[in-house]
Design a protein around this ligand. Structure first.
Ligand code: 16G
Ligand code: ZN
Length: 522
């Protein structure tokens, strides 16, 4: 077939380096940008097949998120704007590593019974890395080699591309598939609440998020004052800054002076994660991570649903890393349903889809809110009902605005930031008051290098180890020595290490427990 001849011809221009093996994992493909050209071309082919297979537009985002500037990577986006179905991740790995490209390609076509005459559409976006332009061109080459249509959105955040894909496939029901459509949808619902909001400082991680916050400013009509730092004009992407740095180091971006009491937030390199922080009058640093964000959002939504008299259940989906205090507060004080999912956004997203209204967040700041279709309908109906009292009306309108500001496809730093700012404004709440809702339990994370991390197998959303035999019993007996203690061990999905997490009533105990558990890992 002519199509395959074209693939063969083009693939010579995108040769696979010998001996290189890539893995399409929880965060897509990711490695040093030097080694990625062939993989990008091939993922262009795969996205085209996926588009023919689903008869819908597929997205390809070129980014390596919070990794250093030298790295790059890619994530594929399915029709509703969610991450690509796990069954296809396997094809992505196979295709990226194939020595005989055509055989693997034809194999996928046969297995999935893909009609090659079906039209294909692929949306492509990229972050600000110096390698992203060339690599996204390789993706576009792959799409055209299989006769697919592509639309190049150029520089966008990861969640913006997820949004575009969903808009396109829902024929405008979700919004307009343009950047203007994105900013209008997000801002229209919340801008009216920002009348007396104090300055918010945003660390753009020297990446795409900084560019996009600037682009959005005109839509905010100066109602929310944003001071942008690490905007890419001087510093290096993700270097000593950004959400991952702040969360892991538990300190502000290097070289940045904070004013006590003011509130700050950091995005990661592709703006799908956010964390907040401030320093108190003693200069002590306070981090408000994904757990605190999930608590703020779910509390706000639960209160509104009650005021609106809507019988919709609110759930929070966390991972094993969620601080025990947050889980305790949500279950016992807020009385919301709490679920624990395996690490990785797709697992949280999937678990959240089972509820009317579900807030999901990883502690690292990746998260969003999902509303079921039925929940959205009930909220919209109520908002338009002329026979309800003022309190109900207000609550219904606030809920409707929340649906607009939230990017339901994936965690989105810009959307989360606007929603958090709106909640603080509506509740007249300071960042300190938000922080004081519950106190985090002291905790410690350690990395342990082992011979074979895959020897550790976990269950119960990674909270318990089933192998090697006896290890969990040892962890349990260590945990029993401490107060309010919890600990678990899991193999990392992104590095060749095992991660140990421990929390307890004091920092000394958490540190000691983490250390003892790491010695028990073999
Ligand atoms: C990936 C995941 C992130 C998770 C991290 C855990 C996505 C888009 N990213 O970066 O959510 O927290 O892996 O890494 O799902 P680990 O397995 O090395 O602990
Ligand atoms: Zn990211």
């Amino acid at each position: 077939m002519a199509q395959f001849q074209e693939v063969e011809k083009q693939s010579i221009m995108h040769p696979k380096p010998p001996g290189l093996t890539l893995h399409y994992g929880t965060a897509g493909l990711r490695t040093n940008a030097k080694h990625l050209d062939h993989a990008m071309f091939r993922m262009g082919l795969l996205a085209t097949l996926r588009s023919k297979n689903t008869k819908a537009t597929i997205g390809v985002m070129v980014t390596a998120s919070h990794n250093p500037e030298e790295d790059n990577g890619l994530k594929l986006i399915d029709p509703m704007g969610e991450m690509m179905a796990p069954a296809w991740e396997h094809y992505a790995t196979q295709l990226a590593n194939a020595d005989d490209l055509l055989t693997v390609l034809k194999d996928i076509i046969e297995k999935e019974a893909i009609n090659m005459s079906q039209e294909a559409n692929v949306f492509v976006g990229k972050d600000t890395r110096s390698s992203s332009a060339r690599l996204s061109q390789a993706v576009l080459d792959g799409v055209s080699a299989l006769d697919g249509h592509s639309k190049d959105y150029g520089l966008v955040t990861t969640p913006q591309l997820h949004y575009m894909v969903r808009c396109q496939n829902t024929k405008g029901k979700y919004g307009e598939a343009t950047l203007d459509g994105y900013y209008s949808k997000l801002c229209q619902g919340v801008v009216c609440y920002f009348y007396d909001q104090k300055l918010l400082s945003v660390d753009g991680a020297n990446g795409i998020g900084a560019l996009k916050v600037r682009e959005m400013e005109s839509h905010l009509k100066k109602e929310l004052q944003i001071s942008l730092f690490n905007d890419g004009s001087q510093g290096k992407l993700n270097y000593q800054c950004g959400a991952d740095f702040v969360k892991v180091q538990q300190k502000p971006p290097t070289g940045f002076k904070m004013n006590p009491g003011e509130r700050y937030c950091s995005f990661d390199g592709d703006a799908d994660r956010i964390v907040y922080y401030y320093t108190d009058s003693e200069g002590q640093f306070h981090l408000l991570d994904g757990d605190k964000i999930a608590t703020l959002m779910s509390t706000f939504l639960k209160e509104l649903l009650e005021q609106a008299g809507l019988n919709l259940k609110v759930a929070v989906v966390q991972t094993a890393y969620a601080n025990g205090s947050s889980t305790h507060y949500l279950e016992n004080t807020m009385k919301v349903i709490v679920r624990c999912a395996k690490t990785g956004v797709k697992h949280l997203h999937h678990a959240a889809q089972e509820f009317d209204v579900a807030v999901y967040f990883e502690s690292n700041g990746h998260g969003t809110v999902l509303f079921s279709e039925a929940a959205e309908e009930k909220i919209c109906q109520l908002a338009e009902d002329p026979n309800i009292n003022d309190e109900k009306k207000r609550a219904a309108l606030l809920l409707q605005n929340t649906i607009n500001v939230i990017n339901q496809t994936v965690g989105d730093a810009i959307s989360d930031m606007l929603f958090i700012e709106a909640i603080l404004a509506i509740k007249g709440m300071s960042v300190q008051q938000w922080d004081a809702v519950y106190a985090d339990l002291p905790n410690r994370q350690l990395k342990v290098k082992v011979a074979d991390r895959r020897a550790i197998d976990t269950t119960d959303a990674e909270r318990r180890a089933v192998s090697p035999p006896g290890m969990q019993d040892t962890v349990d007996s260590l945990v029993n020595k401490y107060k309010q203690a919890r600990s678990f061990v899991r193999p990392s999905g992104t590095e060749d290490i095992v991660r140990v997490y421990a929390e307890a009533d004091t920092q000394e105990s958490a540190d000691a427990l983490a250390h003892e558990v790491s010695l028990a890992v073999y």
